[in-house]
Write a protein that binds this ligand. Structure first.
Ligand SMILES: Cc1cc2nc3c(=O)[nH]c(=O)nc-3n(C[C@H](O)[C@H](O)[C@H](O)COP(=O)(O)O)c2cc1C
Length: 191
């Protein structure tokens, strides 16, 4: 099973790096699979530490992909690392083993601490729609424009029907990003 999460790692200067990633859970073992090149990959290789953050603030998923990466964090409990203030729960990890791969190495991790900070508030379709749109934004350079437009039009229905202010804000950031990308002179230049 894959759980869409926010991974926090530490940069060489001690600041936190925040990135949305799908974590594969296999028999209780979390597996992180960052593509090359990525800051998360470099940080994992250097520190062997990360935290998995579970949050319903989907602005963090959308924001991390649209240049809004400064989300509040606090120190982790058992590792040298950072945890999102907005985490409903989190796990702190030590990398046990790395399966090397030219495209996408896989980090098999051990949980050394886990904590719950707030109750699960329930499912919201707009949150799911924002996560789907964030995935589209992370693949803009690989996907055809008409596929993106069709999927956004469908996801928009859930946003219109069920979003709160945070979901609407996150959605607007993503839609702006897609428009800027397609307005770029060669279709990929805008940021
Ligand atoms: C829901 C979601 C899941 C993602 N999962 C992954 C993943 O498993 N591996 C990956 O390399 N990028 C994934 N991405 C894209 C990264 O978040 C994005 O490329 C980010 O910039 C990571 O690179 P960085 O560590 O250099 O910031 C995902 C994006 C979203 C929105």
């Amino acid at each position: 099973m894959i759980i869409e999460s926010i991974i926090t790692t530490l940069n060489a200067d001690g600041t936190a790096h925040i990135a949305p990633m799908g974590v594969t859970w296999r028999d209780g073992t979390p597996i992180l699979a960052p593509f090359r090149p990525s800051t998360t990959l470099e940080n994992l290789m250097r520190t062997g530490r990360a935290a998995i953050n579970h949050t319903d603030d989907v602005r963090i998923f959308a924001g991390s992909l649209t240049g809004r990466a400064n989300w509040p964090v606090r120190p982790a409990h058992k590792i040298e690392g950072a945890v999102l203030e907005a985490a409903i729960s989190h796990e702190e990890l030590i990398v046990d083993r790395v399966e090397q791969d030219e495209l996408r190495p896989r980090f098999f991790c051990r949980i050394v601490h886990r904590a719950t900070h707030a109750p699960f508030a329930g499912f919201n379709r707009a949150q799911a729609a924002v996560i789907e749109a964030a995935i589209l934004v992370s693949r803009l350079h690989m996907l055809a424009r008409d596929k993106i437009e069709r999927e956004i039009a469908y996801l928009q229905i859930a946003v219109d029907k069920t979003a709160g202010p945070r979901e609407r804000e996150a959605w607007d950031w993503l839609v702006e990003r897609i428009a800027a990308f397609h307005a770029g002179s060669d279709g990929r230049a805008a940021s």
